[in-house]
Design a protein around this ligand. Structure first.
Ligand SMILES: Nc1ncnc2c1ncn2[C@@H]1O[C@H](COP(=O)(O)OP(=O)(O)OP(=O)(O)O)[C@@H](O)[C@H]1O
Length: 408
């Protein structure tokens, strides 16, 4: 049985490629799939299943369990949906970046599952990262942005490292002073429906520190982040201090949010309107999605200085939605950073990026850590090549919930 690994770049129209294979199949390389039934494991497919659960009460992939797909962690969802797809016995399966968002153990386990599956059905694995390619697949292709396939050797084409050389501009206003630690979780524990998730977490984050937050799927990383952003009601009644204020002592969620820059890939979907890059950055000063007031000259200059740093000044009037995804993420980080918050949170920010875009993203974050006094929390399962966190906070699962361990 033939299987295929296909390297995709961020400019590739993956959705149209997948639709084409499943429906019209315009690719001679996949002529063998005609008349066969295929299915796809992708973010989009998982979102469709969540939609069915939420809007039509249809528990398609979760019929045998009580927990909803939506309340599961990303890794848990992927596993459950894959099991469901396999149970429907397709002839072939297209997997869109199946290893993204998975922890090391889950990657090993999925690799073994795919290897076993390869004896029963045809696998077409789409990958943004070369290192993710399963080693039992020898047919390797690249799908370019025009939608054509080219046979390639995955070991060639090394990514060239790019650096940003221009200095990050000063913020217009300094955010209120705050004593160390900025964030303090003291013996914080969280249960969901009597199931312990976090147990006695102790974590101090001081000004300017660069932390990577790691942990297996479902270990509670998102839960910890929601405590830090003040959004999780389970923070009440605990020894949780956000910017020197105890949670529940009358602070407003907006006061907390003003001090935090936050980026997760799903946030990009909020900016589908017609926003130029310059306006995107200026709107970061007001935490708004569009621009409602005429910007001041100082605001325009700061936004332009950031565009120069990113080497995107020539595109200042380009629409954000027209940028390739790698450049969109640089803009989103600059937008979160333009007011130079006390804390920058990046939740799996390199998800779905190709090797070249991920390397550029990592270079920007290292630069922010070196040139500003903003503390950073970078959540990632991958050991991103070149990322230079000073410390690592790792959630380690136990049967009583995850404990937090400083591993660097
Ligand atoms: N509202 C909820 N109700 C029930 N269980 C929940 C809820 N929110 C989270 N959980 C459970 O809490 C655990 C931790 O979830 P969380 O999303 O914080 O993990 P994570 O480390 O971010 O995982 P991943 O890396 O897979 O995204 C998971 O087992 C999840 O199913």
């Amino acid at each position: 049985m033939q299987h295929y690994s296909i390297l995709i770049a961020n400019e590739t129209n993956t959705k149209s490629f997948i639709d084409s294979i499943l429906n019209t199949n315009d690719f001679s390389e996949f002529a063998a799939l005609n008349e066969l039934r295929g299915d796809v494991l992708s973010k989009h497919r998982i979102e469709e299943l969540i939609y069915e659960e939420e809007h039509h009460d249809l528990k398609i992939a979760t019929s045998s369990i009580t927990q909803s797909l939506k309340s599961m962690s990303t890794g848990e969802r992927k596993k459950i949906v894959l099991e469901y797809l396999i149970s429907t016995k397709p002839d072939y399966l297209i997997l869109d970046n199946p290893f993204d968002n998975l922890d090391q153990e889950a990657i090993q386990s999925l690799s073994t599952t795919l290897k076993n599956l390869s004896k029963e059905l045809i696998l077409i694995v789409l990958l943004s990262r070369k290192n993710d390619a399963p080693n039992f697949i020898s047919n390797t292709y690249k799908l370019d942005k025009s939608g054509s396939l080219e046979k390639i050797n995955l070991n060639s084409n090394l990514v060239k490292e790019k650096q940003f050389s221009i200095k990050i501009p000063e913020p217009i206003l300094k955010i209120d002073a705050c004593e160390d630690p900025l964030i303090y979780l003291k013996n914080v524990s969280v249960n969901y429906h009597d199931k312990p998730i976090l147990t006695n977490i102790n974590w101090k984050i001081n000004k300017g520190e660069f932390w990577q937050l790691k942990g297996a799927n479902g270990s509670g990383k998102t839960t910890v982040l929601s405590m830090i952003t003040g959004e999780n009601s389970k923070g009440y009644g605990q020894d949780l201090y956000l910017f020197n204020q105890k949670k529940g002592s009358g602070e407003s969620i907006w006061d907390i949010k003003k001090k935090i820059g936050y980026y997760a890939p799903t946030l990009t979907h909020n900016f589908y309107g017609e926003h130029t890059l310059e306006h995107m950055l200026i709107s970061g000063l007001n935490d708004s999605i569009g621009l409602y007031k005429l910007p001041t000259e100082e605001q325009i200059n700061t936004a332009r200085a950031w565009l120069v740093v990113l080497d995107l000044y020539s595109k200042k009037d380009t629409l954000f939605i027209d940028l390739p995804v790698g450049q969109q993420r640089l803009i989103m980080v600059a937008r979160a950073m333009i007011k130079q918050p006390l804390l920058l949170i990046l939740d799996e920010p390199t998800e779905n990026l190709d090797d070249a875009s991920a390397s550029l993203f990592v270079a920007l974050i290292n630069k922010i850590s070196q040139e500003t006094s903003t503390a950073i929390i970078f959540v990632s399962h991958r050991n991103e090549v070149g990322l230079q966190p000073k410390n690592i906070f790792e959630l380690q699962k136990t049967k009583n919930g995850s404990i937090g361990v400083i591993t660097k």
